[in-house]
Design a protein around this ligand. Structure first.
Ligand SMILES: Nc1ncnc2c1ncn2[C@@H]1O[C@H](COP(=O)(O)OP(=O)(O)O)[C@@H](O)[C@H]1O
Ligand SMILES: [Mg+2]
Length: 396
């Protein structure tokens, strides 16, 4: 199974391009699922389906054409399916803190539940082999980063915090519940967390395997959008994911001569050039601005025809270069990571247990080191072109 993940700033065209990619894949014979992980779902709207404003028809994979399904992950439904015990504990807890029942129930939907639910599905589809390709239409950049960081964060929590918390609570619960101002989580809460974790196990490897998962960054040829795309590129690379395409959407077509658009033409020309230089060697594609909204299957097909050559396979694996690698060179070890937009001074490094922690600006990543390198400590880092090279040496 292939996973194609579309990410980018709000409104750039993620949903439209995910829909176009899914449509093309289904026409090529792949059993394709386009899955929306953006709580502000608009996938059904893009296909112009009559599902009502808050339709629940697409809360499960819903077939809309030959070999094409769409799924808009619906958190209310997912809570009933996967989160019941966790959610009911949290809402009880919040109720005791003074919130009324409805507020408490809303608050107990914590950030990330939606993403985690989507990951559960992707993992399940992978194991079942029900689809050949899953196209993920993600929420704007910030949330999609939470999505990809989730498996490693969960793993870290499960290894370091969970056993301690569970063990301690087991011991103190009988007494503590008599004196604590709120009820401590019952052991079934932990059992649920563990069970859920078990179901996303392995997903981190799928996301980091370039033959399975490719990230497609959608952008526009405008400064603010490009900046966000650059940050996203670094974030995904830091999380070990491979960006195999940058899609510049809504490029003003050449033929528009109206003086009103004069400045837009030069802005687009300038940023298109910058985008190609910035992201090289990652291929950059341009998609023109259409005369109309991309709405309904016919127009989605038109968009696909602009996006892909006549027989082009959007699921083909074109880039397998991993964003970071480990190497031994001249007697010392190196971690090499693609970070083309990082600047000196923004990078911080330290060791925590057997992990190397890399911080670039506001993001942090725990990199698990291979066995041969776990005793080493970071001795420095340099930027070589677009690559961050971290040198590790034996500690004396
Ligand atoms: N190339 C394009 N030409 C014209 N309209 C477009 C194009 N791409 C997207 N749109 C329109 O722009 C709006 C936002 O696109 P959408 O795919 O929903 O963005 P996102 O999912 O990134 O928020 C939609 O109304 C869509 O139909
Ligand atoms: Mg969208």
């Amino acid at each position: 199974m292939r996973i194609l993940l579309f990410s980018g700033k709000g409104g750039v065209g993620k949903t439209s391009l995910s829909a176009a990619t899914g449509t093309r894949l289904a026409e090529l014979g792949y059993r394709t699922l386009v899955m929306s992980v953006d709580p502000a779902h608009s996938l059904a709207d893009a296909f112009d389906l009559e599902t009502g404003l808050f339709g629940s028809k697409t809360a499960d994979p819903c077939q809309i054409a030959d070999r094409l399904w769409i799924h808009e992950v619906n958190i209310q439904k997912e809570i009933k399916r996967h989160w019941q015990r966790i959610w009911s504990y949290l809402s009880t807890l919040l109720r005791t803190s003074g919130l009324n029942a409805v507020e408490a129930e809303e608050m107990a939907i914590f950030p990330g539940m939606e993403e985690l639910s989507a990951l559960l599905y992707v993992n399940e589809w992978y194991k079942q082999g029900r689809f050949d390709v899953v196209v993920l239409d993600c929420a704007p950049t910030g949330e999609s980063l939470r999505f990809v960081a989730m498996p490693t964060t969960m793993k870290w929590y499960m290894q370091h915090i969970f056993p301690v918390q569970r063990g301690v609570l087991k011991a103190v619960r009988p007494i503590a519940n008599r004196v604590a101002p709120f009820e401590l989580p019952p052991d079934s809460y932990f059992a649920s967390v563990k069970e859920l974790f078990g179901r996303i196990e392995g997903i981190d490897h799928l996301l980091a395997d370039p033959r399975v998962t490719s990230v497609r960054l959608v952008t526009n040829a405008e400064k603010m959008v490009v900046r966000e795309t650059q940050r996203a590129f670094v974030y995904f690379s830091v999380h070990g994911m491979t960006v195999d395409q940058v899609l510049v959407n809504r490029v003003l077509p050449e033929g528009i001569g109206d003086p009103f658009f004069q400045e837009w033409h030069s802005t687009h020309a300038r940023f298109l050039k910058e985008i190609e230089t910035y992201f090289a060697p990652v291929p950059v594609r341009r998609v023109p601005l259409f005369r109309h909204e991309v709405l309904g299957l016919e127009r989605i097909r038109e968009l696909a025809a602009e996006l892909f050559g006549p027989n082009e396979d959007p699921a083909a694996v074109v880039r397998t270069e991993r964003p970071y690698s480990f190497r031994k060179r001249n007697g010392h070890y190196e971690v090499r990571m693609q970070a083309p937009f990082a600047a000196k001074g923004e990078v911080e490094l330290f060791k925590k247990g057997e992990e190397l922690v890399i911080e670039i600006g506001t993001i942090r990543r725990h990199v698990g080191l291979p066995n041969s390198m776990t005793d080493l400590a970071p001795a420095g880092a340099r930027l070589e072109g677009g690559t961050l090279v971290v040198e590790l040496r034996e500690t004396l």
